[in-house]
Design a protein around this ligand. Structure first.
Ligand code: HEM
Length: 442
């Protein structure tokens, strides 16, 4: 069998390595345009990475033949040392068992209990915004997303110093992981220079704080109907609950998976709204027509269709999880492509979401395209992934973002104080220079 996937040479990779380090997306785009929807990049040491913007291949790998695919070592090894082995980072039977057990805690009905807490947290964070001056909204939205996850886990939040420390540790370890992945040649230095040890120690500190919170909850004898209660009460098929270590791993993973992705998506959404003020008015009108603050929150999050379309279009243009990776266990083939065992496949969600053959006016902000519920795009729209490993927190994130967008838009008019929407592609697609100005609505 012939592997007829075009190759980008090692020389070309080295020639463009500085550009790739800064922002790899234009390099990927040029190669897709020149070579087609799948190409392999020779990165030296006998290693090749397969880049794909083929939506059919993505569906095949993530869904149809998912049994033949595992995650790459970035999630299953590199991230594990900081957050342990939980839903995001485990594989095989262990993952299956955890997913089955945790799924009910993230069902829409279950999330209903968390909505009022989410809204309180969001209102409290937005009360800190400064009006009539240029502000960078990202740090505020970052705190908002972290606090929302924390309060959803621990309704009776443990003391705020501990929470600040947990946020600091989660973010510091994420930054460290970015360094390790971007500069693997400095691995020896991170080890002997002490950076690695320092960050592993931080992880231990986070675990100690969380153990204290869990012990306090168990001793209190109270139920709060929050995510922690759900995770403490849920059982495996044999009737046993999670071990303490497993529970702490899952909490660390929820912090990591659920906070930066959401704050990125919210920031991009507010930037797009700033550039397209007519959509702010549409969201405002929808909120008001639905009964304003008198509507119960479950109705609001399930029926705010305009707001939902705006968020979907925002994640089409700026998907926070802009890459999804997999490695095939056995050899595989798709159409005329052949994959030897162990190929590193990187799906560019960013490119799939802007593919000119898949989308009309792909570069334009056009939320109406999702007006029919977006089902017609299910084979080419993957902001939360696809298949059995699809984001478990997708409803949580959508509910949180709908509340956040309506809360800001109903109170303020958002104006852009940036030229173009600028991105920093790290582990997630992050916004850069998200400068905005908020004016109170009359
Ligand atoms: C806009 C916000 C979010 C985006 C764009 C997002 C995106 C994703 C994507 C693409 C995956 C699949 C990764 C893969 O297949 O390799 C994923 C998995 C996951 N996400 Fe999210 N996510 C978001 C919010 C959240 C929230 C709020 C939580 C928790 C409260 C969460 C928890 C998880 C977990 C635990 C997994 C692993 C699921 C599994 O492997 O079974 N995410 N997310």
């Amino acid at each position: 069998m012939k592997n007829n996937i075009p190759e980008v040479s090692l020389l070309k990779f080295i020639k463009h390595s500085l550009e790739i380090l800064k922002n790899p997306l234009p390099f990927h785009n040029r190669n897709f345009e020149e070579r087609g929807d799948v190409f392999k990049l020779n990165v030296g040491f006998n290693s090749k990475i397969y880049f794909s913007r083929d939506a059919g291949l993505a569906q095949y790998v993530l869904q149809k033949n998912q049994r033949n695919y595992v995650k790459s070592k970035i999630q299953t090894v590199d991230l594990v040392k900081y957050v342990g082995e939980g839903l995001l980072t485990s594989e095989g039977d262990k993952w299956k068992k955890q997913r089955k057990m945790m799924q009910p805690a993230f069902h829409k009905k279950q999330l209903q209990n968390l909505l009022t807490g989410m809204q309180d947290t969001i209102i409290s964070e937005f009360s800190k915004v400064e009006t009539n001056k240029t502000i960078d909204l990202f740090p505020l939205l970052n705190d908002l997303a972290f606090q929302t996850v924390v309060k959803s886990l621990f309704t009776q939040a443990a003391n705020s110093k501990d929470m600040e420390r947990l946020q600091y540790i989660t973010e510091a370890n994420q930054r460290m992981l970015v360094k390790e992945l971007r500069q693997p040649y400095l691995g020896w230095w991170f080890k002997i220079g002490g950076a690695l040890k320092k960050h592993l120690k931080l992880s231990e500190e986070a675990r100690t704080i969380l153990k204290g919170i869990v012990a306090e909850r168990k001793a209190s004898g109270h139920r709060f109907d929050d995510l922690l209660d759900m995770l403490l009460e849920t059982k495996y098929d044999d009737g046993k609950g999670m071990s303490e270590t497993q529970l702490i791993d899952e909490i660390l993973i929820i912090f990591t998976a659920g906070h930066e992705t959401t704050s990125n998506a919210l920031t991009f959404t507010f930037q797009l709204l700033a550039k397209h003020p007519e959509w702010q008015d549409k969201i405002y009108d929808e909120w008001s027509e639905l009964g304003g603050d008198d509507t119960d929150l479950m109705t609001r999050v399930s029926t705010s269709k305009i707001c939902q379309q705006v968020l979907e279009e925002s994640m089409r243009l700026y998907p926070p999880a802009y890459f999804i990776d997999r490695v095939n266990v056995e050899a595989d083939r798709f159409n005329d492509m052949v994959f030897e065992p162990g190929c590193n496949l990187l799906f560019s969600v960013y490119e799939i979401h802007r593919h000119p053959k898949l989308w009309t006016n792909p570069e334009s902000f056009f939320p109406e395209r999702f007006a029919d519920g977006g089902r017609q795009f299910s084979a080419q729209y993957f902001p939360f992934g696809a298949g059995p490993r699809k984001c478990i927190g997708n409803n949580f994130a959508m509910f949180e973002m709908i509340i956040a967008v309506t809360e800001l838009v109903k109170n303020y008019k958002i104006q852009p104080k940036f030229d173009e929407i600028d991105i920093t592609p790290l582990i997630t697609l992050k916004p850069k220079n998200a400068f905005l100005r908020l004016e109170k609505r009359n």
